[in-house]
Design a protein around this ligand. Structure first.
Ligand code: ATP
Length: 253
């Protein structure tokens, strides 16, 4: 399975944020999306999730399965294909975690593993028994993110977007979530935005930089090299070069 985005443009009034962003994201990998403040990472996620209309461009989900004699079956990315973990989680605060999850499981009955109970799901993200029956309103940011992650483990959308989620987790939970994401990547396309370079090099299989409205892949070799941070900072600071580069998934070495 692949997510192919082509020539995405998005402006707010006079401000052009995405200027022909293109890239192919593959199942089985965690992609780290890096970019300066205001580069357009959230805008890109909102365009992918359908929160925002594209001004121009396309987004296709390509399944590598044989259908009607064709090897690849591609279709427009639909909102249901996306699981979006917001940096500020949006959840019904007037319900308890347990009530919310029960409701979510009920409306996703067809997708739920029958061998799992609500408590099993809570155990998967290590949410304390005492917290399950508390109102979501009183949950910490990290606990709300965990609940969002649980929703995607239930509804299993093929593409998961995470907008700086791990920054709100304590070290123990962050480790658990990293483990979870590594397990989930086999069956999903996972893209997460972060400003923490250490986290990106530790967790991600590929790094993609959003600069001047376009996406650039960072050479895989660089990911675990000693020059990684210096090179990324150079790329993020090098506005002129990225504007000239064309950026349709261009690899930076
Ligand atoms: N709804 C909107 N209306 C007008 N301008 C917007 C809107 N959403 C985003 N922008 C502008 O688009 C640009 C990109 O914003 P975006 O939030 O996508 O950046 P970001 O890379 O996620 O930034 P950060 O790392 O600081 O979270 C910013 O200049 C922002 O002010």
């Amino acid at each position: 399975m692949k997510l192919e985005i082509n020539n995405i443009h998005k402006s707010f009034g006079e401000k052009q944020v995405l200027k022909g962003a293109g890239f192919t994201f593959e199942q089985g990998k965690i992609y780290g999306l890096l970019g300066r403040n205001g580069a357009g990472k959230t805008t890109l996620f909102n365009c992918l999730s359908g929160e925002l209309e594209l001004d121009q461009g396309s987004k296709l989900l390509i399944n590598d399965k044989r259908e009607n004699g064709n090897d690849n079956h591609s279709e427009k990315l639909a909102p249901d294909d996306i699981g979006y973990v917001f940096s500020t989680p949006i959840l019904p605060e007037f319900l308890t975690g347990y009530e919310f999850l029960k409701f979510f499981i009920d409306i996703n009955k067809d997708k739920v593993s029958i061998d799992k109970t609500i408590d099993d799901y809570f155990d998967m993200v290590k949410l304390e028994a005492s917290d399950k029956h508390r109102l979501i309103k009183g949950y910490s940011h990290g606990m709300k993110n965990k609940l969002q992650m649980l929703c995607f483990m239930i509804s299993k959308p093929p593409v998961i977007l995470l907008d700086e989620p791990l920054t709100s987790f304590d070290v123990v939970v962050a480790l658990e979530m990293k483990k979870l994401l590594r397990e989930m990547k086999e069956t999903h396309i996972i893209i997460f935005s972060t400003h923490i370079l250490q986290l990106a090099s530790d967790l991600c299989d590929e790094i993609v930089v959003l600069s001047k409205g376009r996406l650039q892949k960072v050479d895989h070799e660089l990911l675990h090299s000693r020059d990684f941070e210096d090179r990324i900072i150079e790329m993020l600071g090098d506005e002129g070069e990225s504007q000239e580069s064309g950026g349709q998934g261009k690899e930076v070495q």
